[in-house]
Design a protein around this ligand. Structure first.
Ligand SMILES: C[S@@+](CC[C@H](N)C(=O)[O-])C[C@H]1O[C@@H](n2cnc3c(N)ncnc32)[C@H](O)[C@@H]1O
Length: 477
């Protein structure tokens, strides 16, 4: 093939600047089609013999080769002896000497870019009118992507759903949250925009696997940090937790798994309760998590009675002992081969010390923490704790009881007071309880901004007792 130094007479469109889908107008869900996104570009190319290809590429790499995302710079030529290297149009001035050195031939190549090539942002920008933003970051819950499309997107929402579905490999269902929220159970009504009508999903949080029907229970992946904060910062190993509005268990299960806490987990939504139980079993935490399905107020009021119930305590201790011996056996099985085939088979099983929870009398008699994550109304439940003050005071005053402190209550609340959100959260609780929390607040944490002028707070305070019982106890013992 004779080398040539004359570039073909062709006006190349600057490539990098113009790299976007065709400009479209008037495209809505009704007439959207993949074929609208085909765009052809003609670029210079050097035809070069296959053996010379590597060396030529190395020399051109810095400035000469056309490098575009997800597009190969080397193409097949018309015969198997050669390859085509796509060239930056700006390199054409220097191409003559290069062609001579490498015995190459300048030609041109037409590249076809289609729907598969463009990113979701590029496609949506081409379709949506200027006045509408591209719905940027959407949230995902397992295989479900959920969007919150405002008015104005009505003609484009199926397209948006379809593009997200096509471009995100892990997404199988795209939904749009509708305005209406189930006010009691806090889950959203949703419409499917694209993909499978399947809301049964699985997510992992803090090494726990959760499965649930996203259309019937509350789940918010943005709370992952908050779940982790409470469990890792406030809960101590082996403590007893009452999770009053537990949902499907994002506080309860990690607390059991990572801190071996005994957790009484409650939710009023029967569907949440169903998944709470299923997730407890699936994660092998049935010896530490006890699910309940009742109103939070009654759950708080009855909490000590539920914990003191002898039948329940016996059942928990039995489950705990069973789980412990199962683990010990598994541990032994794993260890045996290392000890050598003969000796190990005959070795007597070592005694595994029983965990305190394996004995009914060693189970906790009081809760160390109450968690109330229902920010829209948890504050209104706090007066239910007034009925528990005497019982906690009596247990602390009893010198023979291991209970030494009042429980910490972690109450979530919304505030619109952007100047003093902590003070406002505390005031809200004080008004309902009719008590001052001065000296009792351990922490008031700003969880997240839920609207421009609305924050979600977590007020952690120690239940004020009728008198300073710890002082009384130290005086009389
Ligand atoms: C905001 S969600 C929090 C769920 C979970 N704790 C979490 O962090 O994801 C509030 C939960 O409270 C439950 N709930 C609503 N009213 C309740 C009540 N009166 N008693 C107990 N649970 C209630 C809802 O079903 C929902 O699961």
């Amino acid at each position: 093939m004779a080398p040539t130094s004359d570039p073909p007479a062709f006006a190349y469109t600057p490539f990098r600047e113009g790299l976007r889908p065709p400009t479209l107008t008037g495209i809505t869900d009704a007439n959207f089609s993949e074929s609208l996104f085909i765009r052809e570009w003609t670029v210079p190319a050097i035809q070069i013999s296959r053996p010379a290809c590597g060396k030529a590429m190395a020399q051109l790499r810095d400035r000469g080769i056309l490098t575009l995302p997800r597009l190969p710079s080397i193409r097949a030529a018309s015969d198997d002896e050669h390859r085509l290297l796509l060239i930056e149009p700006a390199f054409l001035q220097e191409v003559a000497s290069f062609l001579e050195a490498h015995r190459g031939e300048l030609t041109k190549q037409t590249i076809t870019l289609d729907y598969k090539y463009w990113t979701s942002d590029q496609i949506l920008r081409a379709v949506l009118p200027e006045s509408l933003d591209i719905p940027g970051a959407f949230e995902t819950v397992g295989h479900i992507a959920h969007l919150n499309l405002r008015e104005g997107y009505d003609d484009y929402k199926k397209t948006i759903g379809r593009v997200i579905l096509d471009k995100c490999a892990t997404i199988r269902t795209v939904v749009n949250k509708l305005d209406s929220i189930d006010h009691t159970f806090r889950f959203f009504k949703m419409e499917v925009l694209a993909g499978d009508d399947d809301f049964l999903t699985t997510v992992r949080e803090d090494q726990v696997k959760f499965q649930f029907d996203f259309s019937r229970v509350y789940w918010n992946s943005r709370l992952q940090g908050e779940h982790h904060r409470l469990v890792s910062r406030h809960f101590q190993k082996g403590q007893a937790i009452a999770d009053v509005m537990a949902g499907v268990g994002p506080f309860a299960l990690p607390a059991a798994l990572h801190k071996e806490c005994l957790v009484f987990a409650n939710d009023l939504n029967p569907e949440s309760y169903k998944w709470l139980k299923a997730n407890t079993d699936a994660n092998h935490l049935g010896h530490l998590v006890v699910p309940f399905n009742q109103d939070g107020r009654a759950f708080i009021t009855d909490s000590l009675a539920l914990l003191h119930d002898e039948d329940r305590r016996k059942a928990i201790a039995e489950r705990f002992a069973r789980m412990q011996s199962l683990r010990a056996k598994k541990g032994l099985k794993r260890k045996r081969p290392e000890a050598g085939p003969e000796g190990a088979a005959d070795a007597a099983e070592p005694e595994v010390p029983l965990h305190p929870f394996s004995r009914t009398e060693s189970l906790p008699r009081a809760f160390d923490h109450y968690v109330m994550n229902l920010p829209a109304s948890a504050v209104t439940f706090t007066d239910a704790f007034l009925a528990l003050r005497e019982s906690y005071a009596a247990m602390i005053a009893d010198a023979s009881s291991p209970v030494s402190r009042a429980p910490l209550i972690h109450c979530y609340a919304f505030t619109k007071d952007m100047e003093q959100p902590e003070a406002d959260a505390q005031k809200q609780v004080e008004e309902v309880m009719g008590l001052s929390l001065a000296g009792h607040v351990v922490e008031c944490h700003n969880v997240r901004k839920v609207a421009p002028r609305k924050d979600m707070m977590c007020l952690s305070f120690r239940l004020p007792l009728p008198c300073d019982v710890s002082l009384a106890r130290s005086l009389y013992t």
